[in-house]
Write a protein that binds this ligand. Structure first.
Ligand code: LCS
Length: 393
């Protein structure tokens, strides 16, 4: 179905779907590793790109294709490449775009391993990097060197909730001949479409909002043009970090309800953020929907909503935060985010423990920071849960 003219929720439901030979209303799971050729010539022709048809699931599969078409349509991309995990997408991106001697400029408070991969591993191959506060456009301008190939933004960032101006940074980067990739995991394509703002590649850990049910790990890359899509696909195939058909089926199903999940969770998130900000035991709250957030106005311009991720610190720092995390009952103490169930975690000792204490502080990740991913439970229940946990602090 051509969904280009439709609204975002209609696209979410219908984009990428094609009826199979039986008229199946949903995308079937083509759980196969390989596909039979009609004859030897047909096999050779498929390999040569001169005949249609699938070859081998690492190279392509109808269920995975359906998800890739769905995400490409929603991100206004030329195409998309699904990967085994979000880190599979990050690795594919780095491997495709960075060669020996290349330099990367990135958001300091990205998901810890996205930064660790460059600092600890790509450095072995002569790739250098500068991670900084990308909400500061002058700092981004100064950090770009003649050998900078990629500006890697995560906005809003995990977990400092820093918002970077994608349009302004794309203009700066393109003037200097480098590409811009945006990790759009925290916003989801429902709230933010980086390619429309000038980015070249957008990526997601679909483990989070896109799938939305805490039952799949996966990733996806989507690119603005054909050549970029091709190089990302070639690298994904070479690295072997393809998505599995069953994973793709679940993610495709989850994505259909992204709009209603995000709307509900963000309506609750603003209430919780306001409630926490007014609570005497809370030191500070960082939620991009609050006027107190330093990039609130930018987020308003760049996104169509504020999402459901909140970072905050309880008075008393780490110890007080631990008491809170040990006493929530409705929220689950677990890493990950963006699912229907509310999750709470401690970045300094969990998701961002791999960063040095100095790098964490430079990225605004204080030891007392607690990250709270709002799910779709009733707002009153979540507030009551936080209230009783804060009473024990
Ligand atoms: N990008 C962002 C912004 C993420 O938050 C994560 C995972 C990834 C990439 C990597 O995706 P994965 O391979 O896990 O699918 N973030 C996690 C987090 O904050 N808690 O647990 C995982």
């Amino acid at each position: 179905m051509d969904t280009k003219h439709l609204g975002v929720n209609s696209k979410l439901v219908h984009a990428g779907s094609v009826h199979d030979a039986y008229g199946s209303a949903t995308v079937p799971i083509y759980q196969t590793s390989t596909f039979a050729f009609a004859n030897a010539q047909n096999g050779a022709d498929r390999f040569a790109g001169q005949a249609d048809g699938y070859i081998y699931t690492r190279l392509g599969n109808p269920t995975i294709d359906a998800l890739e078409r769905q995400v490409a349509e929603i991100e206004n991309a030329c195409g998309a490449v699904a990967t085994s995990s979000g880190m599979g997408a990050v690795s594919t991106l780095y491997m495709a775009l960075l060669s020996q001697g290349a330099h990367l400029v990135g958001t300091a408070s990205v998901y810890g391993p996205s930064r660790g991969l460059i600092e600890k591993h790509f450095s072995r191959f002569g790739v250098t990097c500068t991670f900084l506060d990308t909400s500061n456009l002058d700092a981004v301008r100064c950090a770009i060197r003649p050998n900078t190939r990629l500006v890697y933004l995560e906005t809003p960032s995990n977990p400092a909730m820093i918002v970077s101006d994608i349009q302004a940074i794309a203009a700066i980067a393109h003037e200097r001949g480098c590409l811009v990739a945006v990790d759009n995991t925290f916003a989801s394509p429902y709230l933010q479409r980086p390619l429309d703002l000038g980015a070249d590649v957008v990526l997601h850990s679909v483990t989070k909002f896109i799938n939305g049910h805490a039952d799949v790990v996966g990733g996806i890359l989507a690119a603005r043009d054909e050549a970029l899509c091709k190089s990302l696909r070639t690298m994904m195939i070479g690295l072997g970090c393809n998505m599995d058909p069953h994973q793709a089926y679940l993610v495709h199903r989850g994505l259909k309800t992204l709009g209603i999940r995000v709307e509900r969770a963000q309506a609750t998130a603003i209430r919780i953020a306001q409630w926490l900000e007014a609570h005497p035991k809370v030191e500070w709250v960082r939620y991009i929907g609050l006027p107190s957030h330093p990039q609130h106005e930018l987020a308003k311009r760049q996104m169509s909503g504020f999402g459901s991720m909140i970072s905050f610190e309880v008075k008393g720092g780490l110890e007080a935060g631990r008491v809170l995390m040990d006493n929530v009952r409705l929220a689950t103490l677990a890493v990950s985010l963006g699912g229907v169930e509310t999750l709470v975690e401690h970045p300094a000792s969990m998701t961002h423990a791999g960063m040095s204490p100095e790098a964490r502080l430079g990225a605004d990740i204080t030891d007392g920071l607690v990250r709270y991913s709002v799910g779709i439970e009733d707002a009153e229940d979540l507030i009551a849960d936080l209230k009783q946990a804060l009473e024990r602090v």
